[in-house]
Design a protein around this ligand. Structure first.
Ligand code: GLN
Length: 590
């Protein structure tokens, strides 16, 4: 097993996750099986209780793990499926050590950060690195470990110390450290400044780790003299200084790193048994990057949500939209709308805001209402759904978005004026969305229906079934406490709202589709979590196709994306990732 530890210096939020995932992508393109572990030094056990306002989206895994959104980067870049244990937090480590202590496993010894916590970290990493993350079930050969935060943070000290020891335990040829740093270029002088990098490398060295590659994040390519300076002051060869300047799209990052000889460096440093010539899989990344730079036609989607001020709050949703837009050769324009701005109270208090929000909604070609929690803004979402339904605008509702579409239909088509979810009005006489029985009230965290669950398609004519490649069922990820009230199913279906997909028992409504509408779909699951750059998620793909006016012709041509190669529900565990990805074709739409 080869371990690559990625640390960060100077400030966080400079793309360490993207760089780490890109390194993995390059190595995977060499035919290696690559896994990843993300370490978050906070004390929370997992990201389940985080507010999207503060931390961005909570990413959900197959096994129901609620994890940091960076794990989404790894899954998307590497096309792998991770488990909760791939996200390690201080909370998890302490919990495991304290549990052992209570069981008496330490035989009366004093339990300390060194060696007990540091040992537990090393054991966790070694154990988790071996867990297969690919469909073929092969044990990984490379494990990328990303340490969150920046070197020198109090919280990350036990982790740094654990890896300081670890490098000797696993031997030099099996461990290396990549340090991601920032080279600011202040406007005043226009010079690229190396001092912050020098200090953070010094700090890292002081803690006993030496960087093998220094990845310099900068706005422009590094000048030669700057590279030489970093090399001299940071005690590395100039070839070990890698420039990661701003690029037009994230798809360029693996290419940028490859261009600077990262593969041959790893081959030599880690003694990897692979060729160093460019890989076919990377050519796919080049194709995506070029395609993304050349896009001329635009398609605009209104994202009617609640956390529209923080871009990270809907990361996977945006990625899923981007994957789909790219597949049909369109440039995506997302119009963020705070759903509360669509409500009549805003008209009274801030009319300009109200009209702007409605203008954005009306001028977009498709409407997406994503998942969410809490009452604020739900009425505005219902208004947006109502508009999309009546105007025959493509609409996709995800999780809460689907639940509210059911409320809208009940109120305005079935005439049940007070229809609502009991999450927002427990007194409603028409509780069309109700709490699920297994929800465990009173305890926060881990009390939802989480992770991969099966949805069975009930009708041959379902547009979702077609988009998923005419399969009988799909496995998608969930995160909810409420569900559509199954008792009212017949009332909806009689009036044209079909429950096209249900769980195995036929009790849980998973997919809604409206008859006589260009595209009006709701899904109880979160398909965005499994969307991949070259395997766009079907519900999102359908929305984009419909918004670009291409859905009918796509369906008429028998959906050109090959279902066998594309979606998890029907993949038969293909062999080499290189071949699998290369054989995939984007649907060619005229
Ligand atoms: N609040 C809703 C529920 O708990 C929807 C959750 C979501 O959109 N993720 O069921």
């Amino acid at each position: 097993m080869k371990y690559i530890l990625v640390t960060g210096g100077v400030i966080s939020g400079i793309g360490k996750g993207i760089i780490a995932s890109s390194l993995g992508t390059i190595l995977k393109s060499c035919g290696l099986h690559v896994t990843s572990i993300k370490i978050d030094p906070y004390i929370n056990i997992d990201a389940g209780t985080f507010s999207p306002y503060e931390h961005g989206e909570v990413f959900v895994l197959d096994d129901g793990g609620e994890v940091d959104l960076d794990l989404g980067n790894y899954e998307r870049f590497l096309d792998i499926r991770l488990t909760k244990e791939n996200n390690l937090t201080t909370g998890k480590i302490y919990q495991s050590v304290i549990n052992k202590e209570r069981k008496g496993d330490y035989l009366g010894k004093t339990v300390q950060v060194v060696p007990h916590i540091t040992d537990a970290i090393q054991e966790w990493v070694m154990k988790q690195a071996r867990v297969s993350v690919d469909d073929d079930g092969v044990e990984p050969e490379v494990c990328i470990i990303e340490l969150g935060g920046t070197v020198g943070d109090i919280e990350s000290m036990p982790f740094i110390e654990a890896f300081r020891q670890f490098q000797f335990k696993v031997k030099k040829e099996n461990f290396c450290n990549i340090h991601v740093s920032l080279i600011p270029q202040p406007n005043t002088t226009g010079e690229q400044k190396t001092k912050p990098t020098q200090s953070s490398v010094r700090e890292l060295r002081g803690l006993g780790l030496s960087p093998d590659l220094i990845m310099c994040r900068c706005s422009m390519p590094l000048e030669r003299a700057v590279k030489e300076k970093i090399s001299m002051f940071c005690h590395v060869e100039p070839t070990q200084v890698i420039c990661v300047q701003d690029v037009s799209t994230v798809y360029r990052v693996p290419l940028l790193l490859e261009d600077q000889g990262v593969v041959s460096y790893f081959c030599q440093r880690l003694n990897l048994p692979v060729e160093t010539s460019p890989r076919r899989m990377l050519s796919k990344w080049k194709e995506m990057a070029d395609r993304s730079d050349r896009l001329l036609e635009r398609v605009s989607i209104a994202l009617v949500g609640k956390y529209t001020k923080l871009a990270d709050a809907y990361t996977s949703v945006i990625k899923a939209l981007e994957h789909s837009a790219l597949a049909i050769n369109h440039k995506l324009e997302v119009k963020y709308i705070d759903s509360a701005d669509l409500e009549p109270v805003t008209l009274q208090e801030e009319p300009v805001k109200y009209h702007e929000a409605w203008h954005k909604l009306c001028s977009s070609e498709g409407v997406l209402v994503p998942g969410g929690f809490g009452t604020r803004g739900t009425e505005g979402k219902i208004l947006a759904i109502n508009w999309a339904r009546k105007q025959n605008k493509p609409f996709l509702g995800v999780c809460l978005g689907m639940q509210l579409a059911v409320c809208e239909f009940a109120r305005n088509v079935l005439g049940w004026e007070d229809a609502n979810s009991t999450e927002f009005n427990p007194e409603s006489k028409h509780p069309v969305v109700i709490e699920m029985p297994e929800h465990n009230p009173g305890q926060m965290g881990g009390t939802m229906r989480l992770g991969k669950r099966r949805t069975i398609f009930r009708s041959k004519n379902s547009v979702m079934k077609k988009l998923y490649g005419n399969v009988d069922y799909v496995d998608e990820r969930h995160r909810h406490r409420f569900e559509v009230n199954p008792e009212m199913k017949a009332d909806f279906e009689k009036n044209g709202l079909q429950f096209a997909g249900q769980d195995v028992e036929g009790e849980r409504m998973e997919i809604i589709e409206l008859e006589d509408h260009c595209y009006f779909v709701g899904v109880q699951f979160h398909p965005e979590f499994t969307s991949r750059p070259i395997k766009p998620s079907p519900p999102y793909f359908g929305l984009l196709l419909a918004a670009a006016g291409k859905l009918q012709s796509y369906l008429a041509k028998g959906c050109q994306l090959s279902p066998r190669d594309t979606y998890s529900c029907c993949s038969s565990g293909d062999s080499s990732p290189d071949v699998e990805i290369c054989e995939l074709k984007f649907p060619s739409l005229s």
